[in-house]
Design a protein. Structure first.
Length: 276
């Protein structure tokens, strides 16, 4: 074996050793890269699952908000419908009362009887006032006078009775037309105004009752809106996923081993050329 073969052998062994080192470093680098890829895939899968969960939480929160709006709206509508029915009942009740008062104070029947009774009472009072005076001339005898004169004198009270009754009736008619009719109109208008006032008071009381009853609904709606806002903030914080940086494996050792192997290959080629 000459010196050329010796150099070839030496550089061949060195080149094989360096190639073996390079292959080992390459294997280590490949394993590190595979581990990195596995971690990246797992992290991306976790991000995807978190995004799906986030969308689910947001959709559930949105549905909760919609259900809250629908529920509050339905409760308010039901309350308003009850209020409308009650308001109609108030109008119906006081409408019947108003019709009764109109019939009593303004239509023939009770009004006529009331005015007639007042007129008759006034006429009777006037006749009761003049009756004692008329009675003084009843059954009087005129001494020494013809009987015809006495009969004529006794007819005077009867004539006065008729005349007084006629006057009382006429005065009663006139005063009734002026006083009793006006009083009946006044009493009727007062009764109607009183009914309208009571109806208005009942309507305002109903409005206050509706506002009072609606307050718990609005309070619950406001509370749920606050809960939704807090949950939305919590979701935003909970799914605020930071960007993760994955460092690539260090290939310095592999590059050095590869360069050293290539160097030994080159030296072996040179030695083979020189001693061939």
């Amino acid at each position: 074996m000459d010196i050329g073969d010796i150099f070839k052998l030496i550089f061949g062994i060195g080149s094989f050793s360096k190639q073996s080192d390079a292959l080992k470093e390459q294997e280590k680098l490949a394993k590190a890269q595979l581990k990195l890829q596995t971690r990246q895939v797992a992290y991306q899968d976790w991000i995807n699952r978190m995004k799906v969960k986030e969308r689910g939480d947001i959709d559930a929160l949105r549905k909760f908000g919609v259900d809250t709006e629908v529920g509050a709206g339905q409760a308010s509508a039901d309350l308003r419908n009850l209020a409308i029915a009650r308001a109609q009942g108030i109008r119906d009740d006081y409408g019947v009362t108003g019709e009764d008062q109109i019939s009593k104070h303004f239509l023939p029947g009770a009004r006529t009887s009331q005015i007639g009774a007042a007129r008759n009472a006034r006429v009777n009072a006037m006749m009761a006032g003049v009756q004692p005076t008329i009675n003084k001339f009843t059954g009087k005898n005129i001494s020494g006078a013809p009987s015809a004169w006495g009969n004529a004198a006794n007819q005077v009270p009867a004539n006065q009775q008729v005349l007084a009754q006629f006057k009382a009736d006429r005065i009663g008619d006139i005063s009734s037309a002026m006083q009793d009719t006006t009083r009946a109109d006044t009493e009727g208008m007062q009764a109607l105004r009183s009914t309208e006032t009571r109806q208005g008071a009942m309507g305002k009381a109903l409005e206050r009752d509706v506002d009072f009853a609606e307050e718990p609904i609005l309070a619950e709606k406001r509370k749920r809106a606050q809960d939704i806002s807090k949950s939305r903030s919590a979701i935003a914080r909970g799914y605020d996923i930071p960007e993760k940086v994955f460092e690539a494996p260090d290939s310095t050792a592999f590059q050095k081993a590869k360069a050293s192997s290539q160097k030994w290959d080159a030296l072996g080629s040179i030695a083979g050329s020189l001693f061939s």
